[in-house]
Design a protein around this ligand. Structure first.
Ligand SMILES: [Zn+2]
Length: 313
């Protein structure tokens, strides 16, 4: 499966991030004539996206917008490559991320640092010409003939995160702003892996909770997750996110008060995520965590970084 329709005029593209299916998605949103691609996956996803867009008959001039929920490598690493295939497109990104796309030196270095243990995830970014970038500051609307996309600032996961509300489906493309929800099947049993996406370099629980309230106000019918897929269980998933991030904030406050060092904080956060957040039976933990090892470690590091940052403040 390269591309599939998940809601009216909304198509999911599996970008095979890190060579793994069902981990990271991009979405194609179709208006009557114009189309927008939401996120691109990393640079290595180029062939999956181009094949998917060909499959739905999109020519090189048919893509109007490439909207990036944020500039982390698994969402935006392929934007430069995609622009070569679709030269008529404009790249829409939060103003705080724009300059890094034009001159991706810092971004490459930061991605390498964050993912240094994962050499299978090469950190490639092609610079994007400045005239192709449309930086957004504050919420704004984008007409896609027949539907209106509203870009919403949702800091928390990153300071420059945005979500995209689609009026036609009353759905929200959440990027990583409501965490990660991936369904796995182990021994024919289904599990929902849910992690709050508290990744380095700058997770802010207070902002994340505020952004979740902002999204809740739409009473959305759909969440389109980058990791992974479309869900109509919006109320349950919002409640879960708020509860997990609220708990993360409380744990962080305790650890800061205790003056816990990095090692102690990591151990505590690790224990909490494994025991209380992942909700996986102990017997299956090894099988599943090997698949989500990267996400789990980044979640631990992100919260610990927030804790040590506050301690030093
Ligand atoms: Zn991210």
């Amino acid at each position: 499966m390269v591309i599939r329709k998940v809601a009216p005029g909304v198509f999911l593209i599996d970008v095979w991030d890190m060579g793994i299916p069902g981990r990271t998605a991009a979405y194609l949103v179709q208006g009557e004539r114009k189309c927008a691609l939401i996120d691109t996956g990393p640079a290595q996803s180029r062939k999956h996206i181009s094949r998917a867009l060909q499959e739905v008959g999109l020519g090189p001039r048919d893509l109007e917008f490439i909207i990036l929920t944020h500039i982390h490598i698994d969402h935006a690493g392929g934007a430069g490559q995609l622009l070569e295939l679709f030269p008529g497109a404009r790249v829409i990104v939060h103003a705080k991320g724009a300059r890094h796309l034009a001159a991706p030196g810092d971004l490459k270095a930061a991605s390498r640092k964050a993912r240094r243990e994962y050499p299978f995830h090469p950190c490639e970014f092609l610079p994007i010409p400045e005239e192709k970038i449309e930086a957004v500051n504050g919420d704004r609307q984008l007409a896609l003939d027949g539907r209106t996309l509203t870009l919403l600032e949702t800091p928390g996961h990153a300071s420059h995160s945005i979500c995209i509300h689609d009026d036609l489906t009353n759905g929200i493309f959440v990027g990583d702003s409501l965490g990660v929800k991936i369904d796995y099947t182990v021994d024919r049993q289904k599990y929902e892996i849910f992690l709050p996406a508290m990744v380095p370099p700058r997770f802010e629980p207070e902002e994340a909770l505020y952004s979740a309230e902002k999204l809740a106000a739409f009473r959305p019918q759909w969440f389109f997750y980058s990791h992974f897929g479309a869900s109509r269980e919006t109320e349950r998933l919002l409640a879960k996110y708020r509860s997990v991030v609220g708990r993360a904030r409380a744990i962080a406050e305790n650890l800061i008060e205790e003056g816990a060092d990095e090692e102690a904080a990591s151990a505590c956060v690790n224990r909490w995520l494994l025991r209380e957040v992942l909700e996986i039976p102990h017997a299956n933990l090894d099988k599943i965590t090997s698949q989500i090892k990267v996400s789990l470690e980044l979640n631990i590091r992100g919260l610990v970084r927030y804790i040590t940052g506050k301690k030093g403040a």
